[in-house]
Design a protein around this ligand. Structure first.
Ligand SMILES: *[C@@H]1O[C@H](CO)[C@@H](O)[C@H](O)[C@H]1NC(C)=O
Length: 183
């Protein structure tokens, strides 16, 4: 496999040297540069993948800026949007809705109120995917990370398990982020 991958690169180098051998060397190296550039561009446009394009790749980050009191299965409403490419995240509901199908990385960090228990779950539509637990004499943080294959319109939320307070303040201790990895 490695050899096969190397062939186009070797061919380019050889071609570049041939050009350099026969013509003016500035022309040779600029041609080689153009060819390598073209090959890299072709590789980058793989299947029309939207990845690595900052205007089209769904990506969001939102912060909770204050304490939120939560009832059983209440959704945390991360109120301050920092990034929201493709507008999948809605700060008034706290729901992330996949703007397109694909594999997404999703994560949250939550902080408990001093001395109080906080249990949250990352939900994928109606499925509880993974839990985070914080309890201690001081504020405690819990983090959840998941990679999920989402269909367009699928929803991801962070919900409390019980009646709890989730803590945050100007230091942005509680946040929710996600982004598309691959289509
Ligand atoms: C909290 O987030 C806001 C953006 O929403 C930013 O301006 C501020 O600097 C952040 N605070 C800290 C302590 O990082």
């Amino acid at each position: 496999m490695k050899m096969i991958c190397c062939i186009p690169v070797l061919a380019l180098i050889l071609f570049g040297e041939m050009v350099e051998g026969t013509c003016n060397s500035n022309l040779g190296s600029s041609l080689l540069g153009d060819l390598i550039g073209m090959v890299l561009k072709l590789k980058g446009s793989d299947n029309g993948c939207c990845c690595l394009n900052k205007k089209t790749t769904p990506a969001f980050s939102a912060i909770l800026t204050k304490v939120q009191s939560l009832g059983v299965k209440d959704t945390i409403k991360f109120d301050k949007v920092v990034t929201n490419i493709q507008n999948g995240y809605n700060p008034s509901s706290g729901i992330f809705t996949a703007p397109m199908a694909g594999v997404y990385q999703l994560s949250t960090t939550v902080m408990s109120h001093k001395g109080q228990k906080l249990v949250v779950h990352l939900w994928y539509n109606d499925v509880k995917m993974s839990g985070g637990w914080g309890l201690g004499n001081q504020h405690v943080q819990a983090t959840i990370n998941m990679v999920l294959e989402l269909q367009k319109g699928d929803q991801v939320t962070i919900k409390s398990r019980e009646s709890n307070n989730v803590y945050s303040d100007d230091d942005n201790y509680t946040c929710f982020s996600g982004y598309l990895i691959a289509q």
